[in-house]
Design a protein around this ligand. Structure first.
Ligand SMILES: [Mg+2]
Length: 161
């Protein structure tokens, strides 16, 4: 079984803390009903993630919840029916990310990688053996992150063969 790749959006795919427009990115305006959002996207990310979908099952793990498939997937060229983790409560927690408890429940015993700008040592300690990849919200996903994901997927496949 492929490992899961849990995708946060704001931070990894939309580097919202960037100073200006980082190379390779451009602004997109998303409108739904009375709401409008401006996000920075890099079209290469969609291509990279689609390539990784052979090795991983892509999963949205973002506060956009179902809005990710509806509004974000089309802009990135990703399938619009990706599994999506829902967050009943987003209250801050004492240590680590408020997403962590939900992620633990959702993944069960599947192997997974997780990219997010609000994860770190707490998640590394909790999910030993999984790939916890913090992302800087000023730069978004980098070539280094994609290399780490490919390497992790390679190990996973060897483990199951
Ligand atoms: Mg984020």
């Amino acid at each position: 079984m492929r490992p899961l790749l849990l995708l946060d959006f704001d931070g990894p795919l939309n580097p919202h803390a960037a100073d200006g427009v980082p190379p390779g990115y451009r602004w997109h305006e998303i409108t739904e009903g009375a709401k409008t959002w401006r996000v920075l996207l890099n079209p290469r990310h969609g291509a990279e993630l689609n390539a990784l979908a052979e090795a991983f099952e892509l999963v949205w793990a973002t506060s956009w919840e179902h809005g990710a498939n509806r509004l974000l997937s089309p802009l990135l060229g990703l399938p619009a029916d990706l599994p999506t983790i829902l967050w009943p409560d987003r209250s801050p927690v004492l240590r680590g990310s408020w997403k962590t408890a939900y992620v633990a429940e959702w993944v069960g015993d599947r192997g997974f990688a997780w990219v997010d700008d609000e994860i770190g040592d707490v998640e590394r300690e909790r999910f030993v053996g999984q790939l916890i990849l913090p992302v800087d919200a000023r730069t978004g996903l980098t070539a280094g992150h994609f290399a780490a994901l490919k390497s992790f997927a390679g190990k996973g496949f060897r483990g199951h063969s």
